[in-house]
Structure formats: C-alpha cells, structure tokens
Design a protein around this ligand. Structure first.
Ligand code: IVH
Length: 705
C-alpha cells in the first residue's frame, strides 16, 4: 500500500505540515486539505494496522484538528473517504474478523488545564447547562478489547481492529483470569451487554517476563503495552496464560434489557454507576481509581494528582479519561465519526521519543561479556534525558534491524530502563551503516569467543583492564562489600591514576596522594578509610558475592557462605559436594569449581585475608567450638553499658538463641537496672543462671577462646 519511496515523501510532508502549523503558516487551502487527508490516512495505517506509529498522539491530533479546520472552510469539498468521516482503516486479518455491536471510537485528547476548561465549556454549551458532573478514571496503557456477554455468559472477545470490526480472540481472552467467564447481568435486568476495556500487563509481570526472556538470552520487550498487545495475537492460548495479563473494563457500549417494559436499573443511568455495577459483577473496573466530581476544577486537580503519582502505580497509564457522568446527557451530546463528544483523554507527558542512533560502543563487563551500547542524540523522554541505551547483543541488533544513522523510537516505561522500541527503517536515506560486532576485545584486544548456548561474546583474558575496573566497581558496590564513598567514579579515577590496580590494592591506598586530588578533603579521606575498615568485617556472603563469580547472585552467595567455615574450604569441594547444596545447580557448581581451581583466584583471596578481610564464616564457624551454641538468653532491665540490641547480637554471634520469655528452657537471664517481673519469675526456676552485664561480657569473652 505504501512503497518505501512513498513513506519517505509522506513522512516529509507530515513534518512540513506540523512545522507550518507550529509557525501559523497554514492557509487552510484546498491543497493543504488534501495533503492533510493523505498524511492522516498514512498515520492511521501506521497506528491501527501496523501498530507502528511514526508520530506521537499529540502530533496526530494537531494534524487531525487542522484537517477539521480546513474542511470547515471548504465544506463542499469534504469527501466520504476523509479521515474525519470514518473510523479507522483496514485489518491485518490473522484471526476471524467480527463486527462490533457499536463501533469502537477513539478519544479526543487534551494536554493541559486550558484544554479541559475548553472541553467543559463546549460540553455545557452542547446541552445548555451551567454545570456538568464528570467521572474521571485512568487511561490504561494496553490493548483495547471488546467483550460480549449474552444471558450472563461471555460469548465473544475481540480486538479493536479498525474500530468497526476486530479479530476474534475469545480463546486468548479466556486466559485472563480477572475476566469472568460468566457474570450475573440478569440481576441488573440486562440480556446482551458489550463491554470495552483494556488488556494490560502490570509492571511486575512485565519485569518478570523480561527476566525470563533474559534468562534464555532473549532480548527484552520495550514496554508492557507491546507485551499485552503481542500476547493477544498469539496462536497458542497457553502462551497467553504465561504472560500474566490483566484487564480493566471501563465502558458499556451496548446493552439490551431482559424485559423491555421494565424500568432501567439506576446503576445504568450514570457512568460511575456502571463502573460500580461491573465491579459488583466481578469485573476489574476502575471503581476505586475513578472519581465523580461536579466541576472542571476538580477534574483538573484529580488529573494532576494522578500524574504526580503515576510511577507508584503497579501498572502503566498514559493519562486520564474524563467522561460526562450522566448517560442521558452523553446520548444527547452524541459523537463525531472519530470520538464521543462526552469524553476526553487527558494525556500525560510522553515517554516515547524518536532520535538518531549516532554510534555503537562496545563495553566490557566484569565477566568479560561484551555489551553493545547505542549512543543517541540526547533526547528527553518523560523528563529524563537519554543519550545511550544498551542494545544487549548481536541477535538483538539483528532482530531490531538497527543501523548507525537510523532514527529510532525509544520508550521509558515507569522505572523501566529505556529501550529501543524499533528503528524507523522507512526513514533511511541510504547513508546508514551496519553495526559490525568486534572480533577482538575493544579494551585489551584479546580474541572474543562465544559459547554455543549463549548470545554473548566474551573476552576471556585475565589481564583485561576493562574487566579489572568493572570487578572493582562490583566489589565495592552496595550489595557486595558496600564500601561507601568509593563508588564507580572514584574507582575509575583511581585506576586511571594508577592508585589502584586490582581488588586487593583498594586496601593499600596511598591516602597522601589521594589527599592532593581535587575534591578530597580530610573528611572524605577519613570516610573512605573508615568505610574500607568496616568492609573487612562484612559477612562472608557479601565477599562471595563481591568476587563476581559467574552465576553467583546474592541468594546463592548466602547459601554458599553457610556451607563452609572458611572461604578457602571451597578449594577442596567437588561439583558433587556443591550440587548437594540447596538451589545449587550444575552451572553454579561448575562455576565455583572453576573459580577455586584457579591459582590466581586463590592468591587473590590469600592476599585479601592478609590485608585483614575476614574469610571465616563468623556465623557458622563460631558455634562449632563455642560453649554458648544453642544456649538461650534473655535480657531484662536497662544494661549499664551495652545497648540491648548489641548485647543480643553478641550472644547470637556465638550461636546463642534469644528467648522470648522466662521458662524452664531459659539458660541465662541478664539483669540490668529496674528489672521487673522477669527476674521474679526466673528466681523461681533454679536452672536459670541469673547474671549481670559484666558477667555476661565475661561469658562471651571466655567462650571465644
Ligand atoms: S473510553 C467511547 N476509557 O484509549 C469511549 N478508553 O485513545 C471509548 N483507553 O481506544 C473509550 N483507558 O483503548 C476509555 N478508561 C478508559 C480508557 C480508554 C484506556 C483507551 C481505549 C481507547 C483509547 C482512546
């Protein structure tokens, strides 16, 4: 339908028209009217048929409104095929196509307070009222669906399609557990009901889904909307089920009554009442999220407060929808061919933007994995400037068909790291260049290799500087040794200046040399020294995690720490020994054996121990020889020198157990000032040792020997 040449011309025309609009240069001529029609048809096709928009909703709206204005000036020239005269375009035809009972319209958009006030003014004018009640709810960012219930049973579910007819996706929709297969509409006197809603994937499900993709070395999806829309079109309903989709139902577009003569149920006379009814019947309607208000100022307040809290929601929304609450009024106001006049969307700041991919850098991680990072012309996405984005691996680049010089569409969804949605290949002019993956390490020039089961290329050199720096950054990081005030920037700086060369060297820093560096006063040096000292006493699992052994995350590190008395004990463990541990699989076992089988790593650990790091498992090692192992302790009253929590920790460190009350099972009651009933109770049980804080400290000290 649109040849590549055509696409470029239309995109250029679209940009020209938008620029003319911005600069007030439109004459609203007949020629411009035709141009606008053509451009809008093109964008509708991109959006509704291909699901690949080239412009933002806001830009589309501006063009649409310009066409409406042109047509108002030239009313005799309006043709029936103008985008203002119809709903949507053709279908992509994978599933059986079925007509909606009522066309699925779009919404008109607003972007600020003034737009909303204007909407209210027009609405009041249309019905001749001084004030209108509104119902406001989130605009869910997913894929729209239409459901039909007949005699309380779900009989069909369809996608939006071109607005007039959509794809029959009943089987897939049935996988969404929040959609009831039957609902008692009869209770409200209804027979056939058509409901509109949005299928969404909440942020957590989306992150989980992307994590499973990553585990199989597959690239992540860009946003929950794509994940939901893609899921609805899958051929195998079981796969749909795995995506943990959800749905909000927010509109009843059509109904018939069981008894024509019967009065309408009051719930059906307002939009907010219908949301309550849907909720009552077991649907996930935005009952709790909606708000019914009596004036437009309250609408504005609610929209803005929701926008401010947007990131805290468990799902993505891209705006709010404001609807006239009274259904009789809605009917009076009617609709254009494109949208109802009784509703408007309030769009939040866009989180999608397009920009140029200027180059690709290859970064070497601590395990030697080489990750391509796309450098972008800086662009603001939802208030955050993005200038580089990971493009994961070679396959991802191929799949997204990325080239240097491409215009790419990027998106930031909630807290999700920005992703490239796609490259806009149709905007290429031939000067774009393929991204060539290096064969050698960009940092040390050692040849790269790739395991058959992996998508990642790796540098296997032990001396690769890039890996050394990344290893140090990981070692000092928060979840590892947590060496505060070190940080990534300082690691890089110190390494460049030759102040550190490997992990152990961070414990023999030349503070005099650091003292002369800019930004390093006495206070920051003191902090750094204290942080280094504190790190030597961190629990063993943090050190294990900090070593950055492949496949060893924090949880596995904890399991491993508990399995030995001293870190170097791993040098004598076999894969079979390790496999016996909980949650340790073949990959992890092999990785540990490899790590401890390498003499260089053993020397590194010995060096760290010599520098004062604790390689012993304090928790596990202590009770073995400790006379306090398994003994129970209880504290009462105010201790003269120790804090209660510190004293409890001292006992626990030696394998002691803190009791919850006085009983015959208690071994020691440590008594401070103003001891109360516990002491009285303990006196009656003669197996309990009643001791002072000083005696307790003595006990602790002697059990350490
Ligand atoms: S009402 C006739 N309410 O936004 C009224 N739409 O841009 C039809 N959407 O096609 C729509 N949340 O897919 C409505 N609470 C909500 C919505 C909502 C998301 C979607 C819907 C619609 C699109 C319009």
């Amino acid at each position: 339908m649109f040849t590549p040449e055509n696409l470029r011309i239309l995109q250029a025309l679209s940009s020209q028209l938008l620029a003319d609009l911005t600069n007030n240069r439109l004459a609203y001529s007949e020629q411009e009217m035709m141009d606008l029609q053509q451009v809008l048809r093109f964008h509708e096709y991109r959006y509704y048929v291909l699901n690949e928009p080239l412009i933002s909703d806001g830009e589309y709206d501006r063009l649409f409104k310009a066409l409406e204005a042109c047509e108002q000036k030239n009313p005799t020239k309006i043709t029936p095929d103008s985008p203002t005269q119809r709903v949507g375009s053709s279908l992509n035809g994978q599933f059986e196509t079925v007509a909606h009972l009522v066309p699925m319209l779009s919404l008109d958009n607003s972007y600020n307070e003034a737009d909303l006030i204007d909407f209210d003014r027009k609405a009041k004018g249309l019905v001749g009222l001084d004030s209108i009640d509104y119902s406001i709810e989130p605009k869910f960012d997913g894929a729209s669906i239409s459901l039909i219930y007949e005699n309380n049973q779900l009989v069909r579910a369809t996608t939006r399609g071109d607005g007039v007819a959509g794809d029959d996706i009943t089987q897939n929709i049935k996988q969404i557990r929040s959609i009831p297969l039957s609902a008692n509409f009869a209770r409200y006197g209804l027979q056939t009901v058509e409901i509109r809603g949005e299928v969404i994937m909440n942020k957590k499900a989306f992150d989980g889904f992307n994590a499973t993709l990553a585990a199989s070395n597959l690239p992540p999806l860009a946003n929950p909307r794509n994940a939901a829309a893609g899921a609805l079109r899958m051929k195998d309903p079981r796969e749909v089920a795995q995506r943990n989709l959800d749905a909000f139902l927010y509109h009843i577009s059509y109904y018939t009554k069981l008894d024509d003569e019967a009065a309408l149920h009051p719930a059906i006379t307002t939009h907010s009442g219908m949301l309550d009814m849907l909720w009552d019947l077991g649907f996930r309607s935005p009952k709790k999220e909606k708000k019914a208000v009596t004036n437009i100022d309250a609408v504005v307040d609610y929209c803005l407060s929701f926008e401010a809290g947007r990131d805290d929601l468990p799902y993505e929304i891209d705006g709010m929808v404001i609807k006239v609450d009274n259904i009789a009024l809605q009917e009076k106001m009617g609709m254009t061919s494109h949208h109802p006049r009784w509703a408007i969307a309030f769009k939040f700041k866009a989180r999608q933007a397009s920009t140029k991919l200027t180059s690709v850098e290859f970064q070497v991680g601590r395990t030697g994995a080489v990750t391509p990072v796309a450098k972008l012309q800086p662009v603001s996405v939802g208030g955050v400037t993005v200038s580089s984005i990971s493009v994961h691996n070679e396959e991802y680049i191929k799949e997204k068909d990325l080239k240097i010089g491409d215009t790419v569409l990027i998106e930031r969804a909630g807290d999700v790291i920005p992703q490239i949605v796609k490259s806009l290949a149709e905007l290429r002019d031939g000067s774009e260049q393929s991204i060539v993956f290096p064969t050698h390490c960009p940092a040390c020039n050692a040849p790269l290799s790739k395991e058959e089961t992996e998508a990642v290329w790796r540098c296997n050199s032990n001396t690769c500087e890039a890996q050394v720096v990344e290893k140090i950054i990981h070692f000092v990081s928060k979840d590892a040794l947590d060496i505060k005030s070190f940080g990534e920037a300082n690691v890089r700086k110190f390494y460049e200046l030759g102040l550190i060369t490997d992990v152990p060297s961070i414990y023999s820093l030349d503070f005099e040399r650091i003292g002369v560096l800019e930004g390093f006063g006495k206070k920051s040096i003191d902090n750094l020294q204290a942080a280094l000292e504190a790190s030597k006493k961190q629990p063993l699992y943090r050190l294990i995690y900090g070593l950055g052994i492949r496949f060893i995350g924090e949880t596995t590190a904890k399991t491993l720490a508990n399995a030995v008395d001293h870190l170097l004990d791993f040098a004598t463990k076999t894969e079979a020994d390790l496999l016996a541990l909980e949650d340790v699989g073949v990959k992890v076992a092999k990785s540990i054996v490899d790590f401890f089988g390498d003499a260089q790593n053993i020397r590194l650990l010995q060096k760290l121990e010599a520098l004062g790091l604790d390689l012993k498992n304090q928790k596990k090692a202590a009770p073995v020889g400790s006379t306090l192992s398994g003994q129970t302790f209880l504290f009462t009253g105010t201790l003269p020198t120790l804090k209660r929590s510190a004293a409890e920790q001292m006992a626990a460190d030696l394998g002691g157990v803190i009791a919850s009350g006085v009983s015959s099972k208690l071994n020691y009651l440590i008594v401070g000032e103003d001891a109360g009933s516990k002491l009285e109770k303990a006196k009656k049980i003669n197996t309990i040792h009643i001791i002072s804080e000083a005696e307790f400290i003595q006990l602790i000290e002697s059990s350490k020997q």
